[in-house]
Design a protein around this ligand. Structure first.
Ligand code: NAD
Ligand code: UFG
Length: 340
């Protein structure tokens, strides 16, 4: 069975993807510098899968340290999650974002080429579709007009990988554009564990529901949508994990040099609908107020899912109620996140 290297595998999406890779029978090697995750996640992964995966505490920006992973393991494929992802923070410290996200990617792909790990999956984002209002976003929708440095790192890395693929005849690349990943593993043992006050909707609602934060501010109810609040395509993180397994299988069985897939459900949920669904899951009201719009937010974003369904065989299995109930289970079992 082939071995998949997962840089950023201790993080939110990475850890859920490791579970799905293990379920599908892959060997996994994890690299992370714990910048935005904790060592405890490795114990939790062992509890869920019954396996202890080889782990390297390495910053992917340190190429020579990263090389040891390739020296000590025969890597067949890579799923690269090792990046910084907070949109607001990327505006305050743009150079840190460009340095970390680009260097981490360039080092990993360069070593992948050198050691002939020639299947490479990258965590891109719907953010590359920018401020366009032409929904649903298809893989052919225009790119660019990103609203922040984080988004530009995704856009740039997609281009870097396309350029690299031309120079390396053996390398096959899959760009996965995630919509809004939420929810947690059904065990409640792993989930999203942000540092400090969350920026994203679901971690914020969870903390209000759990009593750690007082109230949610809904960013604007005057958008041109049925209830006035923004619409997003929330996708369960376990579905996202299986999408990555499908991507590895796709690269194994196709000769395309670069393929691109949206990973979403194709269904939009408004902020107010998300709050109502979470109230149903936790059994009580979520204290919330309407505030001003958040700069950079678009009214509506959801995925065209036909290509991922037809070519990748990917279809999301979980709905918004499953996302909320798993999120709530994770929150109640780990009110302060993971220890450490
Ligand atoms: P996360 O922060 O939970 O996981 C990223 C992991 O990478 C963390 O464990 C962090 O410690 C590690 N890391 C960061 N820089 C590193 C480096 N230089 N060397 C080694 N490890 C490093 O984030 P996530 O939500 O799991 O996202 C994973 C990837 O998916 C990111 O690239 C993110 O941009 C992308 N993505 C996330 C979302 C989302 O909403 N969560 C949406 C679209 C794309
Ligand atoms: N929202 C609130 N209150 C909050 C937080 C969010 O009303 O406290 C609203 C936002 O205005 C938006 C919706 O909830 O309408 C979702 O916001 P998130 O911050 O959860 O997610 P975004 O759609 O803004 O962005 C996310 C990730 C990005 C990624 C993008 C597209 O944060 O990394 O999806 O993939 F690029």
């Amino acid at each position: 069975m082939s071995t998949v290297l997962v840089p950023g595998g201790a993080g939110y999406i990475g850890s859920h993807t490791v579970v799905e890779l293990a379920k599908a029978g892959y060997d996994v090697v994890i690299v992370d510098n714990f910048y935005n995750s904790k060592p405890e996640v490795l114990n939790r992964l062992e509890k869920i899968t019954g396996r202890r995966f080889p782990f390297y505490e390495i910053d992917c920006c340190d190429k020579e340290k990263l090389r040891t992973v390739f020296e000590e393991n025969k890597i067949d494929a890579i799923i690269h999650f090792a990046g910084l992802k907070a949109v607001g923070e990327s505006v305050s410290i743009p150079l840190t974002y460009y340095r970390n996200n680009l260097t981490s990617l360039i080092n990993t792909v360069e070593l992948a080429g050198e050691y002939k790990a020639d299947k490479f999956v990258f965590s891109s984002s719907a953010t590359v579709y920018g401020m366009s209002e032409d929904v649903p976003f298809t893989e052919e929708s225009p790119l660019g007009m990103c609203t922040n440095p984080y988004g530009w790192t995704k856009w740039m890395i997609e281009q870097i990988l396309r350029d690299y693929s031309v120079s390396n005849p053996d390398m096959k690349i899959c760009l996965l554009r995630y919509f809004n990943p939420v929810g947690a593993h059904e065990s409640g043992l792993i989930g999203e564990d942000p540092r400090g006050i969350p920026n994203n909707l679901f971690p914020y609602i969870s903390k209000v529901a759990g009593g750690t934060l007082e109230k949610l501010t809904v960013f604007g109810d005057d958008y041109d949508t049925p209830d006035g609040t923004c619409i997003r395509d929330y996708i369960h993180v376990t579905d996202l994990g299986s999408g990555h397994v499908k991507a590895i299988e796709y690269l194994d069985s196709h000769d395309e040099k670069v393929c691109v897939f949206n990973l979403g459900t194709g269904r939009g949920t408004s902020v107010k609908e998300a709050v109502a669904a979470f109230e149903k899951a936790c059994g009580h009201e979520i204290n919330h107020v309407i505030g001003p719009r958040r700069p950079g937010d678009i009214a509506v974003s959801y995925a065209a899912t036909d290509k991922a369904f037809k070519e990748l065989g990917f279809k999301a299995q979980y709905d918004i109620d499953d996302m909320c109930s798993s999120c709530w289970k994770w929150q109640t079992m780990n009110p302060d996140g993971l220890p450490g």
